[in-house]
Every structure is written in structure tokens, then in C-alpha cells.
Design a protein around this ligand. Sequence first.
Ligand SMILES: NC(=O)c1ccc[n+]([C@@H]2O[C@H](COP(=O)([O-])OP(=O)(O)OC[C@H]3O[C@@H](n4cnc5c(N)ncnc54)[C@H](O)[C@@H]3O)[C@@H](O)[C@H]2O)c1
Ligand SMILES: [Zn+2]
Length: 359
Amino acid sequence: MRLEVQSGQGAYSVDLGDPLEDAVGSLLGAPSVIVVDERVAELYGIALAPLFAIHPHISLPALESEKSFEGVQRVLAFLQDTNSTKRTTLIAIGGGIIQDIASFAAHVYYRGIPWVFLPSTLLAMTDSCIGAKCAINFRGFKNQVGAFHAPSRVVLTTDFLPTLSDLDILSGYGEILKLMLTKGEEAFESLVRVVSKQGFRGTHAGDLLLRCLKVKRGIIEQDEYELGLRKILNFGHTFGHALEGATDYAVPHGIAVAWGVDLANYISSNRGGLEKECFEKVHRFLAKDFLTRVAVRPDPADIFARLKRDKKVRDGKVQLILMWKPGDLRIVPTDLDQRLEDEILSYVEFAVRPEGGPR
Ligand SMILES: NC(=O)c1ccc[n+]([C@@H]2O[C@H](COP(=O)([O-])OP(=O)(O)OC[C@H]3O[C@@H](n4cnc5c(N)ncnc54)[C@H](O)[C@@H]3O)[C@@H](O)[C@H]2O)c1
Ligand SMILES: [Zn+2]
């Protein structure tokens, strides 16, 4: 099946549901070079062999440290070494890290060459593969340098999912939860239902991808360049990025986002936005599987210090995305004051309580 995404840079299609063999077959045509996650190249070497046989490839480790100017330079050198031209398509195969490095390099090489994405993680399939954002980390801070560079095509196959670690599956669900809370009550409830029935590795993946991509498409088609509405997709990210930086990326992105969603909800509930009952409902969903995966206890003072350096600080206020109820998310300019620092401290103490449940 095919989903079309409208973009100011040209509409692109997302093909879903084909086996890996067909996905590979569909990428053999145009003159291309490949940037592939080294682990994916190792695990799926046989299935990807027809691509590697005709297109030059470079393997990179999927590390946040590689999502940097150094990683981008490696890809640019590879593009130059392979005599890539403005008509060469860069095929990225991997998760969000490989996507960010490859699409950033595709954006700047010769002022922009086309790129195609074959995502291999749940997070990349459900969230990052559409929307055209790319960013790299800079000087210990997350996603500081970036651009918008839409793919010319995305090819999704769930055949990659079985080899993902439980932690990386959960990380995908961090962004899925965010998308469902953006959509509304029923979307959130149905996610909780399906997970409680089938677990995180049930047979619902294909259906879930489609639902997530439709939710995200509904937002990015209205506001691709994040001038307004799209900001709500940063729900959980201000705190999540601070947590990733503060723990030196020991916490995977989607888990950090889930933690950030819970903290944002804690603050919203504390300030009279979100009803306590709703905070507790979402917290219960997160407590057992997500919050226990935040292996390093974050230092609240470090988290607070990082908020001050956030991209979204304006006139001394951080632009928090807070939820009033599922489907009703608001941009709330928030003073970086003692009150906020105290709330972060009390949330960290609350969330790491041994029994993990709500108060
Ligand atoms: N550009 C965007 O719009 C956007 C959106 C969301 C997140 N991101 C970024 O994406 C990154 C996170 O990406 P991610 O969660 O997709 O993971 P990832 O790219 O970090 O990969 C996670 C791990 O899974 C491994 N892996 C990948 N595919 C596999 C497979 N099929 N089987 C086994 N192992 C596999 C990788 O080698 C790595 O160890 C973060 O840097 C985040 O900031 C970008
Ligand atoms: Zn994200």
C-alpha cells in the first residue's frame, strides 16, 4: 500500500507492507550510493546483497557520537570518492541516527541531492521517516544543527523488526505514545488496549505504522516547517533531549521522550492544566516498561541547566509543550525559575520511587 505525503519540496510516497526482498528490488534502478547502519548490514547482508552488488555503500555505527560533523564528513567524503553527482540518489538504510547523518549530508552535498529511506527501526518507521527534518548533535547538545530535506521516497518493511532489541522496540513506542497523545483520547486508549493484549511485539506492527504515519502526516502537511502547529510534535522532547545529553546518551531517544512526556504531564497536572487522573493513567502505562529503563538517575540541576540552552528558549522562557488532555496540547512559554527547577527535582524523586506507581 502507498501513502502520499505533500511537501513544499515535492510530494513523496511511503510504500508499506512489502517484504524486504521486494523493497530491495524496488531500489535497484536509479544511480545510487548507500549509507547503511553497520549492524543492519551485518544482520541483513544476504537480503541487501543485490543492492550492495550494484551501488557503492558505506557502513556507519548508529551512535549519537556519529551523528555529528565527523559522521557527516565521512558520508561527504564517500559521496566525493564515489563521484556522486547532483543526480545520484543517496539511499539510507537504518534507524533515525543513520537517517539524520545521511539526510544532512544529502542536504549539503552539492547543495542538495535526492535521498531515499529504508528504515530499519520501529521509531524510524513510525515517526522519523516522514517530516523532512534532519539534525546532528554539537558540543554535547542534541540536534543543534539541522535542516529540512524531504526524502524522495520511503520504503517500509516490517521484516526488519524481529532483530531489534526490546529496548529499541520500546524506544519506538516512546514516539508512538507521543503521536497517539497528540491525536486524542481514543488513539491513546487503543494503544494501551493493543499493548496490554499483544505486548510490544504483537502482530499489530503494520497497522500501527499506518496509524502513526497518518497522525504525523496530518500535522506536517499543515505546517512542514514548524512555524506553529508542528511544534506539538516536540511534546516530551525538551525534557527528553535534556535527559539524553545529561546521561551522555545512555537513554535511547524514544525512552527519553517517554520520560519527557511524563515529566511534562507532571508539570501540567501540578499547574492545573492536566487532570490528575489523566496524568496517572499515562504514568501507569509508562511506569513499568519505560521509566524503569531510564538506567541512569538524572541530575535535576543538570536537566534544568540544559533547558536554559534549549533551542526553544525565547525571552528567558522555555516553550514547553504541555497537555491539557489527549488531543489538546499547548505551547506554554514557561519561566526558567525556581518553581520549574523544584518541579523537576520532585518529579525525579517521584519517578524513581521503587514501587514506581503514582502517588
Ligand atoms: N529526523 C527526525 O525527524 C527524527 C525523528 C525522531 C528521532 N530522530 C533521531 O533518531 C535517533 C534514534 O533513532 P532510532 O531509535 O531509530 O535508532 P538508532 O538509529 O539509534 O538505532 C538503534 C539501535 O538499533 C540498531 N538497529 C537498527 N536497525 C536494526 C535492526 N533491524 N535490527 C537490529 N538492530 C537494529 C542500531 O544499530 C542501533 O544500535 C535519535 O538520534 C533521534 O534524535 C530523528
Ligand atoms: Zn523524537
